[in-house]
Design a protein around this ligand. Structure first.
Ligand code: ZN
Length: 292
């Protein structure tokens, strides 16, 4: 699932390509990708509208249009946005007709909708698992949706007092708490494992028992790891691709995620996998000894 660094990579890519352009046409290849509206109404609403800005909040991309309209893309499991020349053909089954190396990548062959722009480019939403979606919302509706999410890891609201307060009554595993988008937004399975390893905290440790020192460590490592991953264009261990259809490079820096059976880079013990809150969790039993 794309997490904060991957969605931020998409946002930064889009910013360079589509701000100031206007929507010329929209094609829905998989109608259910569009939520709460008929394609006919959606198309009438956005054709001709100018793109003002692009934002990211949690794992959501928001394309802000003129006249109080926003295209809210939730990437969910496997969603990503790709930019290509408007002349590039896409078949009804969502596959590109192109010899371009990136577009031939199997993970880019699940186009669910296409937005054509007046700069002779198209934005395509590829989503293998079909859990991703587009909602077209007003600024007020957008604000309401986004208010459900916890602070952004790079905001000043994400600090030790906040974490102490929100985790103080949580009897769940810290790993599960980090994945809760109401607690912190943008962290998923990959980065939760990496952050806890860097912070030397066992994923099963009860959230309310994590010390102030450990919380500070979580905050510092969250910022450090997410920043580095954004710099390297995110992690592409499976489906994630950037707006050119290409892979991110942070996968080479992962220390524990999907490294079970390999040696810990710090103590050389074997990295283990367990299930926490229904999610595969990777950790070093020695560096992250449970001291609940
Ligand atoms: Zn270790």
């Amino acid at each position: 699932m794309p997490e904060l660094p991957e969605v931020e990579t998409i946002k930064r890519g889009l910013e360079k390509e589509i701000i100031g352009t206007r929507v010329v046409d929209v094609i829905f290849l998989w109608v259910k990708t569009l939520k709460d509206k008929s394609p006919k109404i959606a198309t009438a609403q956005i054709i001709g509208k100018k793109i003002i800005s692009i934002k990211r909040r949690a794992k959501i991309i928001i394309i802000n249009l003129e006249d109080d309209l926003n295209l809210l893309f939730h990437m969910k499991m496997t969603g990503h946005l790709i930019i290509a020349p408007a002349s590039t053909k896409i078949q009804d089954n969502g596959q590109w007709v192109s010899s371009q190396k990136e577009l031939k990548d199997p993970f880019n062959q699940y186009i669910r909708l296409i937005i054509y722009l007046d700069n002779n480019k198209l934005v395509a939403f590829s989503d293998l698992r079909k859990f991703g979606y587009l909602k077209i919302v007003s600024n007020t509706e957008l604000e309401k949706i986004l208010s459900e999410y916890g602070p952004e890891p790079f905001s000043k609201d994400f600090n030790v007092n906040y974490l102490k307060k929100i985790l103080s009554n949580k009897k769940i595993a810290i790993k599960k708490a980090l994945l809760d988008q109401k607690t912190i937004s943008g962290i998923g399975n990959i980065y939760a494992d990496e952050i806890l390893f860097a912070s030397k905290i066992n994923p099963l440790k009860t959230a309310s028992k994590v010390s102030e020192k450990e919380l500070n460590s979580i905050i510092q490592n969250t910022k450090k790891i997410l920043r580095k991953s954004i710099e390297l264009g995110g992690t592409s261990t499976s489906d994630f691709r950037n707006i050119k259809g290409d892979r991110g490079l942070y996968g080479n820096r992962l220390k524990v995620y999907k490294k079970n059976g390999r040696s810990c880079t710090i103590c050389h013990s074997e990295i283990k996998r367990m299930v926490v809150g229904g999610r595969g969790t990777h950790f070093c039993p020695k560096c992250q000894e449970l001291n609940d």
